[in-house]
Design a protein around this ligand. Structure first.
Ligand code: PCA
Length: 351
C-alpha cells in the first residue's frame, strides 16, 4: 500500500508540466564535495558548540522576577557569545511551581526558578525566609539571605544542583474584603495558601487553607474557592485580585525568595568561559532583582490603588497577634532545624 501511494504521488507530480523527478543523485565527485562540506560545517559548529537550556518559571510575563529572568537570559547570550541559549517557559507552562525543583534535579530542565518556601516540607532550610516577622524589610531580608545562603548552597549541591541567584518578593500582606482589626477577625476565611508555611498561618488564625499556586489564583478567586490570602502587591497585580478583593493589609510580614537553580551535570558540561558567563549574568540578575523588587513594589501598589484597592495599615492588635504567631512558628522551626537552624539565626542576628 505504501508503494502504491508513493507511485501515485510520483505520477501526480509527473503529470504537472515542468516537474521532473531526478532518478539519480548528483554525480560521484559532487557527492564527495558535499560530504566534505558537511564535515567542515560540523567542525565549525563544534568549535563554537551551542548549548540549549530550558528554564521553567511559575510566574507570568508581568511579574518582575520574570522581567529579570528575561534580561538575565539576554545577558547570558551576550556574555557567552551565543554559546548558551536559554528558553524561558513562564507562567507554569512547562512545569507547575512545585514540580520545577525536581525537574532541574532530574535535568529535564537544566535551569529553573523556584519559590524556596514551597519546599519547606523537604527541609527546614527552605522554610526560613517564609517565616512571619523574622525579617520584614528588604535590608533585614537580604541579611537573612546571607545567613541562609551557605546552608542553601550545601543542601542544593547534595541533590545535584547549584544556586545561581535568589531575589526577594515584596513584603507580604493580607488580601481580604473583611474588616480585620485583630487576628480573631480572620476566623473562617477561605484562605489561599501557596506554601506549607502559609497554610500553617491559616490554621493558627482559624482560617481554612486551600493551597493554590499563583498560576491558578485568578481562577480560584473567580470561582469563589478562596476569599483571602497573604502575598505581595506584585501577586495582587499579576492576578487582578482587585476584581474580587478590595483591601490589602500591609503587614510586611516576610519576604520569601525565588531562587534560580542549575543542574550540576549540565553546568559541569559547559566550557569554563561559558560557566563564568552564566555566573556573571547570575550575579548581575541578583543585584538587579533586589532593586527591581523594591522599585516595582511601589508601582504595583499604585496600580492596585488605581484599580480600586485600598491599602490599610494594620492595627497594633493585629500586628501583635501576628507576631505571637511568628514567634511560635520560629520556635517550631528551630526545633526542626537543629544546630544548622540555630547557626543561621545566630549568623542573621550578628549582622
Ligand atoms: N507571590 C507568590 C509567592 C510570594 C509572593 O509574593 C505567590 O503568591 O504565589
Amino acid at each position: 500500500r505504501v508503494i502504491a501511494a508513493a507511485l501515485s504521488f510520483r505520477n501526480a507530480y509527473r503529470a504537472q508540466p515542468g516537474f521532473t523527478i531526478r532518478k539519480e543523485g548528483p554525480p560521484m565527485h559532487k557527492k564527495i564535495s558535499l560530504l566534505a562540506g558537511s564535515i567542515v560545517l560540523a567542525f565549525s559548529a563544534g568549535a563554537q558548540a551551542q548549548t540549549k537550556w530550558d528554564l521553567p518559571s511559575a510566574y507570568p510575563a508581568s511579574n518582575f522576577h520574570v522581567e529579570n529572568l528575561t534580561t538575565f537570559i539576554k545577558d547570558v547570550d551576550t556574555l557567552s557569545e551565543g554559546k548558551l541559549k536559554i528558553t524561558l517557559h513562564n507562567n507554569a507552562s512547562l512545569y507547575k511551581a512545585p514540580e520545577i525543583k525536581r525537574a532541574v534535579q532530574g535535568n529535564q530542565a537544566q535551569i529553573g526558578e523556584i519559590l524556596l518556601t514551597n519546599f519547606a516540607n523537604e527541609d527546614p532550610i527552605y522554610e526560613l525566609d517564609g517565616l512571619p516577622f523574622l525579617a520584614t524589610g528588604y535590608d533585614a531580608s537580604f541579611k537573612l539571605y546571607q545567613a541562609q545562603k551557605p546552608f542553601l548552597e550545601k543542601k542544593l549541591n547534595s541533590h545535584g544542583m547549584t544556586l545561581l541567584y535568589a531575589v526577594a518578593w515584596p513584603p507580604q500582606g493580607i488580601f481580604a474584603n473583611r474588616d480585620i482589626k485583630q487576628v480573631s477577625d480572620m476566623k473562617g476565611l477561605k484562605w489561599r495558601a501557596y506554601s506549607p508555611v502559609t497554610a500553617k498561618i491559616a490554621e493558627l488564625v482559624g482560617a481554612q487553607p486551600v493551597t493554590v499556586q499563583q498560576a491558578e489564583l485568578a481562577q480560584a478567586l473567580a470561582t469563589g474557592v478562596i476569599d483571602s490570602y497573604m502575598s505581595s502587591a506584585s501577586t495582587g497585580y499579576d492576578t487582578k485580585t482587585y476584581e474580587y478583593i478590595k483591601k490589602f493589609y500591609d503587614t510586611q510580614a516576610w519576604l520569601p525568595k525565588n531562587a534560580v537553580i542549575v543542574n550540576k551535570k549540565a553546568f559541569d558540561a559547559l566550557d569554563p568561559a561559558t560557566q563564568a558567563a552564566l555566573k556573571k549574568a547570575g550575579a548581575q540578575a541578583e543585584e538587579r532583582g533586589w532593586k527591581l523588587s523594591q522599585e516595582k513594589n511601589k508601582w504595583y501598589q499604585e496600580e492596585l490603588a488605581k484599580n480600586g484597592m485600598e491599602t490599610i495599615q494594620p492595627t497594633v492588635e493585629l500586628k501583635e497577634g501576628l507576631s505571637v504567631i511568628g514567634k511560635r512558628m520560629l520556635d517550631d522551626w528551630l526545633k526542626k532545624a537543629g544546630a544548622d537552624g540555630q547557626a543561621m539565626i545566630d549568623a542573621y542576628k550578628k549582622q
